[in-house]
Design a protein around this ligand. Structure first.
Ligand code: P70
Length: 468
């Protein structure tokens, strides 16, 4: 096994606090068993998300001091524009404060009611932003993505047959664009191959439909291409990224992931007309086009982060650390989604807790137990996040995968802390029979996982018939 050690040393430390089980139990009750509602200071290892939680380098921190806070034409915007153009290659570079604003601007401009936007698998904010326009968000990922045991190297790939069927079902005129999420977050952080991107491009060219990337974790995707795809072993990550983006017409980006910053995002695209409409909307809701809801210093940090994320030592460590956690769990017989993805390890809650039926939220129950017993915070990616109510029966339609995700912030935790996480999960797995299910007592109409509240069931409820 090859787990590269940290290619950095630590210059500044941030203390973290241990809490007692009693304290965490109290906090959980007060939070309605929703881990988004737990104060971060009461979390020991926080793997809720890899978004906005990265540690910046000394070079990025130094860049903050060089922030030019002019309203228009800040030099940092030009540095940022140059960094984005050199990697992504699209004409227009539109900064936003984070990824979902890029999504909102794009979809509110080009998606109309009754339209349809396919993706390998939409992430929650992407789906919500499309549905908010009265359009349909369709997942067309390859079937293997739904099999946690299938170890195919590119489980984020688009299923071209399903994609073409979708286009023909709704009619190409009603598909304003197709997205590819790299890596595919909701499917386990799995990469998309260059071959699949090329084929998707070719198919869409026939229908004259633009291809966009949801590029949050593009560098990790490119690293997998280098590791796994024939012909890319000797190519640099920059070179691979440039080829990859050349097959698209634009991208949305949450730079809180592979931009290595705590806040920031952008939209980049070639179409002049779309860019003009988006820019007008940007001025209305986000800010002038040379800052887009950010400070000049944020743009500088992003420009520097986008270059650093392409370094191979960094990426080998990054992807290696995630794999290290996955392999420790896998070797101890804990059911995880395989192969291990680029930014996170996903526990397969259906197998971890076979005694909890899906309408008692097994993945949420597992995330709650792990926080209560060990102070570790993961996030549910299952029925709470993606379950839908059937309009006629009112029953929940469950997603195929029921997972707890442990997303690893970039350059933040040592391998020792990762080993602690693995030991804790392995320990809980031995005691899994004692974990109880949950009942949802409040849900918001949209993106309910952020604010939902639950009650703990005091005994396992009989399994009701489930709609799958
Ligand atoms: C995550 C966060 C954000 C995201 C994404 C993809 C593929 C767009 C966005 C939106 C969200 C999250 C989830 C659970 C807990 C905390 C945060 N993903 N596309 O962790 O970007 O957040 O900048 O608006 O993954 O996966 P933004």
């Amino acid at each position: 096994m090859n787990f590269p050690s940290e290619p950095f040393k630590i210059k500044v430390v941030e203390p973290i606090r241990r809490t007692t089980r009693e304290e965490r139990d109290r906090l959980l009750k007060a939070a309605g068993y929703n881990l988004f509602r737990i104060p971060a200071e009461s979390v020991y290892v926080d793997l809720l998300t890899d978004s906005g939680t990265s540690a910046m380098s000394d070079h990025q921190w130094a860049g903050l001091m060089l922030g030019d806070e002019s309203y228009a034409g800040s030099r940092n915007y030009y540095h940022f524009e140059e960094a984005v153009r050199s990697i992504f290659g699209y004409t227009h570079v539109i900064p936003t404060h984070q990824g979902r604003m890029a999504e909102n601007l794009l979809f509110s401009t080009v998606v109309k009611p009754g339209m349809c936007v396919p993706n390998n698998i939409h992430f929650d904010t992407t789906r919500a932003n499309i549905e908010h326009q009265g359009a349909e968000a369709v997942n067309a990922v390859v079937k293997e993505a739904y099999d946690p045991h299938n170890e195919s190297p590119f489980k984020g790939n688009m299923d071209l047959v399903r994609l073409e069927e979708t286009i023909n079902r709704v009619g190409p005129d009603r598909v304003p664009l197709v997205l590819l999420t790299i890596t595919n977050n909701s499917g386990g952080g799995q990469p998309v191959s260059m071959a699949n991107i090329r084929e998707t491009r070719a198919l869409l060219t026939r229908y004259r439909i633009p291809l966009f990337f949801d590029a949050c974790r593009f560098a990790e995707n490119c690293f997998f291409i280098k590791e796994r795809e024939h012909g890319y072993k000797d190519r640099s990550i920059l070179d691979i990224a440039q080829e990859l983006f050349s097959y698209g017409d634009g991208c949305t980006m949450s730079a809180k992931k592979d931009g290595l910053v705590n806040i920031g995002g952008f939209l980049s695209l070639n179409d002049d007309r779309w860019a003009q409409d988006i820019t007008n909307m940007l001025i209305l809701v986000e800010g002038f086009p040379t800052y887009g809801g950010l400070a000049g210093r944020d743009l500088e940090a992003m420009a520097r982060g986008l270059r650093e994320v392409l370094e191979e030592d960094y990426l080998a460590f990054r992807v290696g650390q995630v794999r290290y956690l996955g392999d420790l769990l896998d070797h101890a017989g804990v059911p995880i989604l395989k192969p291990v993805g680029g930014h996170a390890v996903y526990l397969n809650a259906k197998e971890f807790l076979p005694h909890i039926p899906q309408d008692q939220y097994p993945a949420q129950s597992l995330a709650v137990a792990l926080y209560r017993d060990y102070g570790i915070r993961g996030v549910e990616i299952g029925t709470v996040m993606f379950g839908k109510r059937d309009a006629e029966t009112g029953r929940t339609i469950h997603p195929e995968l029921e997972m707890v995700r442990f997303a690893i912030p970039r350059r933040v935790y040592t391998n020792m802390q990762i080993a602690y996480v693995a030991e804790s999960i392995i320990d809980l797995h031995r005691r899994r029979d004692g974990i109880l299910g949950l009942r949802m007592v409040y849900e918001a109409p949209m993106l309910r996982h952020f604010t939902a509240r639950f009650e703990e069931l005091d005994h396992a409820m009989p399994v009701r018939q489930m709609v799958v």
